[in-house]
Design a binder for this molecule. Structure first.
Ligand code: NAD
Ligand code: UGA
Length: 461
């Protein structure tokens, strides 16, 4: 039996559900796509006529939403209705690291996924294809199937795994021309239905179909490999600092070997983002649950290296500033976990600032896209000190020059392009002497900064 997909519902209007389904609607004008979420503020923001107020900032997203919204793309809080009407339901809810009970701090928290499954089962009165878009532990589809089949109304559910590989900041180009689309499943017709949707704009040769478990595990594996490359080059960056080698030169030299390749070899203050750490922790947890302790330890090291990189960056600032930052103003340029996004989840900036604040530094933050409330919420979430103390010790500026004024040091923590074009001479004139720059992204031009009189430190030099 072949499936005709006329209506799609996506549960979860976040960084993945929003952009991914907007692109599906954009590319398939004849399919009605409804993105639903329990967070009514988020849905209101997706429906805001002012496209600069969309809840997710991604280059090009506004144009896609503008074209499709109201035509065949809808955002709603009526989850049950959208489920009931859809032929195909994507689950794109958050799967954070568990912060309670068994597997606390390691396992993925699947409570939101299970809630979705129960709601689908309760509401569905016709056959549905249910697509795992969220990143999930391998074998989650078995749990989903059990819930759907045991609590449903006797209709058929076909489960597919279709993990998302987009990176934030380049989501729209990644979605429009993906390296590959991965679809895992058991039912050939259900798989074909989803293949036919992507095939509207993705070359069929790039649409890979596998069994469910390979698809689920490939997503965790892809993120683990990517993060491992960053931790590998970051490990080398520390060795570079001791030996006079330059990590960018080493990265270029090894990256030209086609077996290694040039991407994901940029040394940094440490990877952030909502997924790398979460997914590796999950992989480690799964390996341990099968008693594969060597496998678990191997991947755990990627996280250990990343923690170390953030910590040693902060320690270097403290040591260089004569072993005390107490009462000293330190400007933090960049709060987002990478450029071109307003997402700050697990950003290195949060941890570096927190370490420096433990040493009583006064932090002044500037980020072109992150709002003030988000910055305080990130710090408050750590619970290191009181809400009032966080506000007393950290100030957020709308103007980078103000953030840097009278600072003893500047820490570059996100690679925003605009930082390169600042009037560094003006910044220097208004800073304390000696004027230190700690470049956690190797973004700025050493020669230029040194000629202006800065003392310049960069990761891996
Ligand atoms: P997010 O937190 O931005 O969005 C998830 C949304 O789901 C939230 O708005 C939340 O309110 C909503 N939600 C939760 N439970 C719900 C329910 N029962 N009914 C309706 N709405 C509900 O998360 P995200 O970044 O979009 O990530 C979603 C999934 O995609 C995760 O599994 C993540 O690992 C994976 N992923 C993320 C990225 C990324 O770049 N952020 C990339 C690839 C995969
Ligand atoms: C990453 C993956 O690249 C996506 O394929 C995946 O879909 C996504 O995770 C996910 O599952 O959430 P994302 O976290 O959005 O995407 O961004 P990346 O470009 O991977 O960067 C992650 C972090 O690593 C950032 O903090 C970035 O600055 C850092 N990074 C990246 C480096 O420090 N060096 C590099 O060479 C590359």
């Amino acid at each position: 039996m072949s499936f005709e997909v006329k209506k799609i519902c996506c549960i979860g209007a976040g960084y993945v559900g929003g952009p991914t389904m907007s692109v599906v609607a954009h590319q398939c004008p004849d399919i009605e796509v409804t993105i639903v979420d329990v967070n009514s503020d988020r849905i209101a923001a997706w429906n805001n006529p002012d496209l600069s107020q969309l809840p997710v900032y991604e280059p090009g997203l506004d144009i896609i939403v503008e074209e499709a919204r109201g035509r065949n793309l809808f955002f709603s809080t009526d989850v049950s209705r959208a489920i009931a009407e859809a032929d195909m339901i994507f689950i794109s809810v958050n799967t954070p690291t568990k912060n309670y009970g068994k597997g606390k701090g390691m396992a993925a928290d699947l409570k939101f996924i299970e809630l979705c499954a129960r709601q689908i089962a309760e509401v569905a009165t016709s056959d549905k294809i249910v697509v795992e878009k969220s990143t999930l532990p391998v074998r989650t589809a078995a749990a989903l199937k059990s819930i759907l089949d045991n609590t449903g109304n006797g209709v058929n559910f076909h489960i597919l795994s279709n993990p998302e590989f987009l990176a934030e900041g380049t989501a729209i180009t990644d979605l429009l021309s993906p390296d590959r689309v991965l679809i895992g499943g058991e039912n050939a017709d259900a798989i074909e239905a989803l293949v036919n949707i992507y095939a509207r704009w993705v070359d069929r040769a790039k649409i890979l179909t596998t069994n469910l478990w390979s698809s689920e595990l490939s997503k965790l594996t892809a993120n683990a490999f990517l993060a491992q490359r960053v931790s590998s080059i970051n490990a080398i960056s520390e060795l570079c600092e001791k030996t006079g080698a330059n990590v960018d030169e080493v990265a270029k030299a090894i990256g030209m070997d086609s077996r290694i390749g040039p991407k994901f070899l940029k040394a940094s203050v440490g990877f952030g983002g909502s997924c790398f750490q979460k997914d590796i922790l999950n992989l480690v947890y799964i390996a341990r649950s099968y008693n594969l302790h060597e496998v678990a330890d191997y991947w755990d090291q990627v996280i250990i290296m990343n923690e170390h990189q953030k910590r040693r960056f902060a320690d270097n600032i403290i040591q260089t500033l004569y072993n005390t930052v107490s009462g000293k103003k330190i400007a933090v340029l960049g709060w987002a976990f990478k450029k071109d996004t307003n997402d700050t989840r697990e950003s290195a900036s949060i941890y570096v600032s927190d370490y420096l604040m433990n040493e009583q530094a006064q932090i002044a933050v500037y980020d072109p896209k992150v709002v003030t409330e988000r910055i305080y919420a990130d710090l408050d979430y750590l619970n290191t000190r009181s809400v009032d103390e966080n506000r007393a010790q950290l100030e957020v500026w709308k103007d980078p020059y103000e953030a840097c004024k009278d600072a003893h040091a500047i820490a570059i923590l996100t690679e925003w392009d605009e930082f390169k074009d600042y009037d560094w001479e003006r910044i220097k004139e208004n800073m304390k002497r000696p004027s230190f720059v700690f470049d956690g992204r190797k973004l700025l031009d050493r020669q230029k900064l040194e000629s202006l009189g800065f003392t310049y430190y960069a990761i891996g030099e």
